[in-house]
Design a protein around this ligand. Structure first.
Ligand code: MG
Length: 342
């Protein structure tokens, strides 16, 4: 959005435009940033406002479902990139900030198309001078404080409702985000291995992979889903899947492990929020690189977190052992849960 000469004379400003929400509150069955106001969508009007200020770059934080459409709408604008949102707004902002280091970050709600270029400019100038600059309006409603059952009024003249844009020097906001790393985090680990057999489908993370063999087991033998489930259960301090879904129980004969994962997610999210999951699949064959994205999306949909919070890698064992000779596939997973005080 700016020439190099202009950039060297002024701070490198990046707009972080958060569009990861859904249209539920507005009654739309699609993200409201995609709603047309006249000739343009809400997100285009927001990009117009930031282009008028001439920010150096912009990161649009969106959900995987909206990625293709937003990419299309943002294509005419220079310096715009996309990243996925997280489970909370704070995580979405964090993802956006990490995607584009800069001097000053201007965080803006993608569903607010009426932030004027002068308002954006004032927030940025304040951030350059004072470290931060936040759009706010004087409180209209009376706000009460309830403390130990006693109700008191707060002086309305001193109260403001914050809005966006909110501009911060990058170093300061990143330091604050590091400080606000959730307490009560719990990590978990899981491991599983299944034998490869003829006449079975190969299912990993809920995705069917074309191959001449599949994993053998009581359920669909989705070794990756099993490792992920055990990681989640271990983090939550719950019994493992061998206890929850015993292979002596015919209810689980041939069952999709995705249904078991739903059950595990329901159990661990009582009192916890899933922060992220990382897993590795150990297989000599087939090559899994082309399926990793689909597996991440499949697992993230079940886990209720963004695909960027689910990482899956694949490795061979260099032809060594039962995995290397093609007799079995193994998977290991770790995860982090945070205490849910909501
Ligand atoms: Mg298993």
């Amino acid at each position: 959005m700016k020439s190099n000469a202009e950039r060297s004379a002024s701070p490198d400003v990046c707009a972080i435009i958060v569009c990861a929400g859904k249209g539920e509150r507005t009654g739309l069955n699609y993200n409201k940033v995609l709603h047309y106001l006249g000739q343009k969508t809400v997100i285009e009007l927001v990009l117009d406002a930031f282009a008028a200020y001439d920010v150096s770059s912009a990161v649009i934080v969106c959900s995987p479902e909206d990625e293709a459409r937003i990419k299309e709408l943002a294509a005419p604008y220079d310096g715009v990139s996309l990243c996925y949102g997280g489970a909370t707004r704070a995580q979405s902002v964090r993802n956006g900030l990490r995607a584009q280091p800069c001097d000053v970050a201007v965080i803006h709600d993608g569903a607010r198309p009426f932030a004027s270029p002068p308002l954006i400019n004032a927030c940025i100038r304040s951030a350059v001078r004072n470290g931060s600059g936040i759009a706010a309006v004087k409180a209209v409603d009376t706000v009460k404080r309830v403390q130990n059952g006693k109700v008191s009024s707060l002086p309305r003249a001193e109260l403001y409702n914050t809005q966006t844009p909110q501009a911060f020097t990058y170093a300061d906001i990143m330091q604050d985000l590091i400080k606000s790393t959730p307490v009560g985090a719990r990590v978990g680990i899981g491991f599983d291995v299944h034998r490869l057999a003829d006449g079975r489908p190969l299912i990993l993370g809920g995705v069917t992979i074309p191959y001449n063999k599949g994993l053998d087991g009581h359920s669909d033998a989705d070794v990756l889903a099993h490792a992920v489930m055990d990681a989640l259960l271990s983090a939550a301090g719950l019994p493992d899947i061998g206890v929850l879904f015993p292979d002596t129980d015919d209810r689980y004969l041939g069952v999709s492990s995705m249904l078991l994962l739903d059950e595990v997610v329901a159990r661990v999210t009582v009192g916890h929020r899933i922060n992220n999951v990382s897993a590795v699949v150990m297989a000599q064959a087939p090559k899994l690189a082309g399926f990793i994205d689909a597996i991440r999306k499949s697992l993230s949909a079940r886990l209720g977190i963004g695909a960027d919070s689910v990482n899956v890698s694949a490795t061979t064992t260099e032809h060594m052992g039962i995995i290397g000779n093609g007799a079995a596939i193994a998977a290991s997973a770790s995860c982090m849960l945070t205490e849910n005080h909501g």
